[in-house]
Design a protein around this ligand. Structure first.
Ligand code: GLN
Length: 494
């Protein structure tokens, strides 16, 4: 049962073939069996999950109407608050903190009867590409436990690939949903900015952060997207429009006549040959399904990484000022407020978080504001214009999701620039506020590890990504004869 898709599990639940308590217990058993190897979870809410499952079973039994994913379990990234459940953001700073309220994403999960199994590991405050920056130790990629599961949402992607949960929630500031999906052979979607509420999402870079669905199939991601998406008056950047019809698009998958734009700047040097080969194969498949492939150029994308690493640290330096030892989490030392604050931030934050706070504070300081932050904002506008022009020539844009497959734990840990380069292809969409999706493109010939195909669509046209993603997924399934995750080695032998 745990190897099925969420849609299949939902069908089994509504046919009465299985109860949510049984399904939830099966996933809790799998977590108990494999998570000492994988370390996808920071907290497993055994009793709470069973209680939620029982409530859904009773509702269903009494004949009450339930939503499509009711009773299906999910893993929640530890950056979204859930009332009473420890929320750490992968940081020592928040050790032991239990939020007094639910984020809107959690409220909607609960309203939909989706069972929350627990909180997943992540790079501290979502800063990183490997989950090695977690204060609680790294998560291991189920494909090869010596490798990273991507980041910052590596716990969520690993939980999916290890069959610990069929659904997960991630957040994507520069790629943290899509790059983990790519390196674990799973599906991840960063919706249009404003498409999913940020209320109760612990802020890293508020103008870039976006929560979204993670799953093993495009259709599952679509169901989850519709469950969590839509207007929320608690988030001033929330878009007051209906959620794009992503489930219908995922079920349709007809891409005949669609124009698919290949971004010239997002390939070539620095991309692993096997990843590029899979990307080109995917393009051929889409062409054979009736899409028209065109090449587009986005010349300012070369500056996207530099702009991001000024804007994101600048916003983070302001957002993380709230961790002052007075309001949330740990408190260290004695003396004046300033001394306590100093000692707490010294102990509570890890190296990468400190690096970004220092970088951002510097970029925002009065003498440098225009030169750094101001310039980065101008580049951001130019990148948006690049997208606008490209979408004049194509319905969706595509690229490899990440330049390489999963690297070894420790390989890039002491080289921030090498780490930052993982998001070279995902960052432009965050800067422009548009949607992006990663679907598996296959296993790279060099190392047999999964790679991702990225699909980007204009703001609030998220349905287009699902259409193309579903078409590619179906064609690859026919080609391989089985889902890509059937190749994950058996876990939990010890
Ligand atoms: N890896 C990028 C960073 O470190 C993106 C992180 C994210 O999307 N949360 O900032």
């Amino acid at each position: 049962m745990i190897k099925k898709s969420a849609a299949e599990m939902a069908a089994a639940l509504s046919a009465g073939e299985v109860t949510s308590v049984e399904l939830t217990q099966a996933h809790l058993d799998q977590i108990a069996k494999v998570d000492s190897d994988v370390h996808a979870f920071l907290h497993v809410d055994n009793d709470g999950a069973i209680a939620q499952a029982r409530a859904v079973d009773e509702k269903r039994k009494s004949g009450e109407r339930v939503s499509p994913l009711a009773g299906v379990p999910l893993a929640l990234k530890d950056v979204l608050v859930q009332k009473g459940i420890p929320t750490t953001c992968g940081s020592k700073m928040l050790e032991g903190w239990r939020p007094p309220y639910d984020s809107t994403v959690v409220t909607r999960l609960k309203e939909n009867g989706i069972v929350i199994l627990g909180k997943t590991n992540m790079d501290e405050f979502a800063m990183g590409s490997s989950t090695e920056n977690s204060a609680y130790g790294p998560t291991h990629n189920p494909w090869d436990l010596s490798r990273i599961p991507g980041g910052s949402g590596g716990g969520s992607s690993a939980a999916l690939a290890a069959f610990e949960a069929p659904l997960a929630i991630g957040t994507d500031t520069g790629g943290s949903i899509r790059q983990p999906a790519a390196v674990t052979g799973t599906v991840g979607v960063k919706p249009t900015y404003g498409g999913v509420s940020r209320y109760g999402l612990v802020a890293f870079s508020s103008s870039l952060d976006q929560a979204g669905p993670c799953a093993r199939t495009v259709l599952d991601a679509a169901y989850l997207h519709e469950a969590i998406g839509g207007y929320d008056r608690m988030d001033s950047t929330s878009i007051n429009e209906p959620v794009p019809a992503v489930v219908a698009a995922a079920k349709d998958g007809n891409i005949k006549g669609m124009k698919i734009g290949v971004i010239k700047e997002l390939q070539g040097d620095g991309y692993q040959p096997g990843v590029l080969k899979l990307f080109n194969q995917s393009l051929e498949i889409l062409a054979s399904l009736g899409a028209e492939i065109v090449e587009v150029s986005c010349k300012y994308f070369d500056y996207a990484l530099a702009a991001y690493y000024l804007i994101a640290p600048s916003e983070c330096s302001s957002n993380l000022a709230r961790f002052d030892a007075m309001r949330y989490g740990i408190r260290v030392g004695e003396g004046s407020a300033e001394e306590v604050m100093n000692a707490t931030r010294q102990v509570g934050f890890g190296r990468e978080v400190k690096r970004r706070i220092i970088l951002g504070t510097y970029a925002l300081s009065s003498g440098y504001y225009d030169a750094y932050y101001g310039s980065a904002q101008k580049v951001r506008t130019l990148i948006s214009r690049d997208f606008d022009n490209a979408f004049g020539k194509a319905d969706v844009l595509v690229s490899p999701t990440a330049p390489t497959t999963a690297f070894k734990i420790g390989e890039k840990a002491n080289d921030p620039i090498a780490m930052y380069l993982n998001d070279i292809a995902t960052i432009p969409t965050n800067l422009a506020g548009i949607g992006g999706m990663s679907v598996p493109s296959g296993l790279a010939e060099e190392d047999g590890l999964p790679a991702g195909f990225q699909i980007m669509a204009p703001a609030m046209k998220d349905d287009r990504m699902y259409k193309v993603g579903a078409a590619l997924e179906a064609a690859l399934l026919t080609k391989w004869g089985k889902p890509i995750l059937d190749n994950v080695p058996a876990l939990g032998a010890k």
